[in-house]
Write a protein of this length. Sequence first.
Length: 149
Amino acid sequence: MNHLKEYCETLPPRVKQIGQSVAEPAEINLRAGKLKMIFRDGALRYISSGSNEIIRMIYAAVRAKGWITVKPVFSGEEYNLKPDSFQINYTCHYLTDEIDFTARFELSGNQDSSLVLKMEGIANKSFLKTGSVFVSFIQLRIVQVKIAL
């Protein structure tokens, strides 16, 4: 039993956290007027005003059978970052044996503290409707979110 404990102690911290030794995704600190947030791995995280967290995370996900999240491959990232606003555009390709879906995202944070989140996608091959769910703003079919402060 001590051998297992000794082995585990030699593992890198990232392997202990997520089971793989992949690098931590890059984080970008953003502002949209009075709002502060972090962009990481296609998600807006820790959206806050002052010391108050308003939203923990907004993200999109494609789900396969069994509610398994399909990991996207990111491409075409474009960033226009300013001290009090931002525009981020990127494409995600979701691919499994059953799913082949591509989506283009446009995320904007504006000086008036509003967020505009747009997504346009295409199924590159047919798959079960129950095999995909868009979480957060997409699942609710909201393509524009405005937070007035």
